[in-house]
Design a protein around this ligand. Sequence first.
Ligand SMILES: Nc1ncnc2c1ncn2[C@@H]1O[C@H](COP(=O)(O)OP(=O)(O)OP(=O)(O)O)[C@@H](O)[C@H]1O
Ligand SMILES: [Mg+2]
Length: 209
Amino acid sequence: MTVITVAQQKGGAGKTTLAIQIATALAARGKGVAVVDIDPQASLTGWMRLREHGARDATPIRLSMVGGWRLGAEIERLRREAEFIVVDSPPHAAAEAKEAIRAADVVLVPCQPSVLDVWASKATVEAAVKEGRRPFLVLNRVPPRGKSLDEARDAIEKAGYPALSARLGNRQAFVNGIARGLGVVESEPKSAAADEVRALVDELGAALA
Ligand SMILES: Nc1ncnc2c1ncn2[C@@H]1O[C@H](COP(=O)(O)OP(=O)(O)OP(=O)(O)O)[C@@H](O)[C@H]1O
Ligand SMILES: [Mg+2]
């Protein structure tokens, strides 16, 4: 069983979006997937409700909503049921994020392509390293053109943060799929957004091997 935690202290970076895309892409590959929502905002839980009611044909993914302090026990319980567990964590909650990082095999840190957002990732990256976990920055909402990607990459390199080369664009397809309880590999499997997600999961698989 592999635990993938999505964490980022900064709010709105794309944690829930990334967690949904990874969970659905793994499920589409026939893996047994559970998602765990430890964010009191319960965004992932809301998406799962849409999935259960509006997208009945979608591949089943199990959901647990627990407080951060119960995460370790919940993962122990899910160990028998899932090959992959994807944990979505809240912003601005160092104690909960620490629990989620501690439980993880790998920590994904979504980050929008700006120097300020790269700097804001410091606490999360350092918390992962401190717990002996492998953090990877994932650039999210990358615009189709402009200098921001190069500038962000430069800042990541200078800071010495490990990052996946796969990234997600700023695409309405992600937003639309989520509104239907789906990941983009399910809602628009032939889209550029779905290609990005599959590339990300491939790279993650290679990093975990
Ligand atoms: N790749 C993307 N393309 C377009 N919109 C995106 C993308 N990623 C995230 N968004 C949008 O940005 C907003 C924040 O995303 P999301 O809720 O996933 O971030 P978060 O880190 O989970 O936020 P929070 O810190 O509040 O939990 C949402 O409106 C979401 O639809
Ligand atoms: Mg969220």
